[in-house]
Design a protein around this ligand. Structure first.
Ligand code: NAD
Ligand code: MG
Length: 393
C-alpha cells in the first residue's frame, strides 16, 4: 500500500530532492500536500507533475497566482496561510511528513506532525534547536516516528544500535563524532573573512543547499545547530559529541564504541540518500545516488574545528549549556543576522558578534510551552534588528 506524504517546503533544496525520490517510486509514495512560501511558478510545475490533494502557499498573493495558473481540470485544492501548514501536516490520511521549511517558520507544522503521530522526516533542524524537549515529548506523546534527515544525524542513526533508547552508555557508546566540511572559508583567518560576500559564503565546496544553511555552514553555526540537534535527538550532553572537520564530506558522521570500534556511514554528498533512508526505513530503496568510488576519493582528511575564527560553534555550545529559551534566542538572532548578511546590511564577522550580543541580554527561562519559546524567538528577532539599526546609524 502506498504511503501518503506531505512535504513542508517542497520548492526548496530538500523539498526538490524529496520529490525526486518520490518520482522514482510512484508505487510506494503519493503526495498528499506540497507547501511553499512564495514561488508560485515552481509550485505549479510540482502540482502538474505530482497532483497533490492540497497545495499550500503561506503568502496569500502567491496562493492566488497558483489558483489562477491551475488548469481547469486540476484536482488540487490551493490553501493560503501558515495555519493551513498545520492542517496538511496533521491530516488523518497522511503517513509521513517531510519537515523541510527553513528556519523557525517550520516549528508549528513540524510539531503538529509529531503530535499527530506521523513519521516525521526532520530536515528542519531549527525547530528542534528552538524547542528540543517539547518536540521530543510531542514525538513520544503522539507515538510518532522521528527519522533524522540532516546527513550527519542520519549517519549517526544508521551507526547506532537499532534498539537505541536514549542512553549512550547502556549501548557501550563512548562518543558521537559529528563531521563537518568546514565550509567554504576553512583555513582562513578572521582578518581574511572581513570582506567576504554573500555569493562567496553560499558557494559550499561539497553540498548544494538553500542560502540560509549555506551561510550557516560558512560561519560554522550549522555545526553548532547540529550539535544541539544531536543532543536532543540522541538524549546526550554536548561533551558526548565531538566535532570533526572532514573536508571531503565522504563520512557523514560516526559513533565510537567502548571496545574501540568506530562505525561510520559514508556516501556521496547527496541528500537523496538520507531522505530515501528516512522514507523507506527500515527498508532501503533506490535513491538515484551513484555509488562511492573509493579509489577516486583516495584520501580522507580530518582536523579540529577552528572555534576562534568561527565563534558561532562556541555560541551554540553556550546556548545549549544555558538551556531553557537560550537555544531559541541563538537561533532567532542567527536567522536575523544571516538575513542581514545576505542583504549586505552587515559584514560576515558581525554575524557572531550580533548573536553574542543578543544572547548576553537574555535571561533564559524554562522552555516548557510553545508560547514561551515563540516569545523568546520574537524578542530575540526584534533585539537583533534593533542592534543592526543602531550599529548602521
Ligand atoms: P531552501 O531555502 O532551499 O527551501 C526552503 C523551503 O521552505 C522553500 O520551499 C520555501 O518556500 C519554504 N519557506 C521558506 N520560508 C518559509 C516560511 N516563512 N513559511 C513557510 N515556508 C517557508 O532550504 P533548504 O536548503 O531546503 O533547507 C530546508 C531545511 O532543511 C532547513 O532547516 C535546513 O537547515 C535543513 N537542511 C537542509 C539541507 C540541504 O542540503 N539543503 C541539509 C540538511 C538540513
Ligand atoms: Mg547537516
Amino acid at each position: 500500500m502506498s504511503q501518503w506524504l506531505t512535504i513542508l517546503g517542497s520548492t526548496g533544496s530538500i523539498g526538490c530532492s524529496t520529490l525526486d525520490v518520490v518520482r522514482r517510486h510512484p508505487d510506494r509514495y503519493r503526495v498528499y500536500a506540497l507547501t511553499a512560501a512564495r514561488r508560485a511558478e515552481d509550485m505549479l510545475a510540482q502540482i502538474a507533475e505530482f497532483s497533490p490533494r492540497f497545495a499550500v502557499m503561506t503568502d496569500a498573493e502567491a496562493a492566488e497566482s497558483v489558483r489562477a495558473g491551475l488548469p481547469s481540470d486540476a484536482t488540487t485544492q490551493v490553501l493560503a496561510g501558515a495555519d493551513a501548514l498545520i492542517d496538511v501536516a496533521s491530516a488523518a490520511e497522511v503517513d509521513q511528513v517531510m519537515a523541510a521549511i527553513v528556519g523557525a517558520a517550520g516549528l508549528l507544522p513540524t510539531l503538529a506532525a509529531a503530535e499527530a503521530g506521523k513519521r516525521v522526516l526532520l530536515a528542519n533542524k531549527e525547530s528542534l534547536v528552538m524547542a528540543g524537549p517539547l518536540f521530543m515529548e510531542a514525538i513520544r506523546r503522539g507515538g510518532a516516528e522521528l527519522l533524522p534527515i540532516d546527513s550527519e544525524h542520519n549517519a549517526i542513526f544508521q551507526s547506532m544500535p537499532a534498539d537505541y533508547a536514549g542512553d549512550l552508555s547502556e549501548k557501550g557508546i563512548r562518543k558521537i563524532l559529528l563531521t563537518a566540511s568546514g565550509g567554504p572559508f576553512r583555513g582562513r583567518t578572521s582578518e581574511a573573512l572581513k570582506d567576504v560576500t554573500p555569493s562567496q559564503a553560499v558557494a559550499h565546496p561539497n553540498w548544494s543547499m538553500g542560502a540560509k544553511i549555506s551561510v550557516d555552514s560558512a560561519t560554522l553555526m550549522n555545526k553548532g545547530l547540529e550539535l544541539i540537534e544531536a543532543c536532543f535527538l540522541f538524549n546526550c550532553q554536548a561533551d558526548d559529541v565531538q566535532v570533526v572537520v572532514h573536508p571531503e564530506s565522504v563520512i557523514h558522521s560516526m559513533v565510537q564504541y567502548c571496545d574501540g570500534s568506530v562505525l561510520a556511514q559514508l556516501g556521496q554528498p547527496d541528500m537523496r540518500t538520507p531522505i530515501a533512508y528516512g522514507m523507506a526505513w527500515p527498508e532501503r530503496i533506490e535513491a538515484g545516488v551513484a555509488s562511492l568510488d573509493l579509489f577516486e576519493i583516495a584520501r580522507l582528511n580530518f582536523e579540529a574545528a577552528d572555534e576562534e575564527t568561527f565563534p558561532c560553534l562556541g555560541l551554540a555550545k553556550q546556548a545549549f549549556a544555558a538551556g531553557g529559551t537560550m537555544p531559541a534566542v541563538l537561533n532567532a538572532a542567527n536567522e536575523v543576522a544571516v538575513d542581514a548578511f545576505l542583504q549586505e546590511q552587515i559584514p560576515f564577522n558581525d554575524i557572531p558578534t550580533l548573536i553574542a550580543r543578543v544572547m548576553s541580554e537574555h535571561r533564559p527561562v524554562a522552555a516548557d510551552d510553545i508560547e514561551t519559546i515563540l516569545s523568546a524567538d520574537a524578542w530575540a528577532r526584534s533585539r537583533a534588528r534593533e542592534t543592526i539599526a543602531e550599529v548602521s546609524q
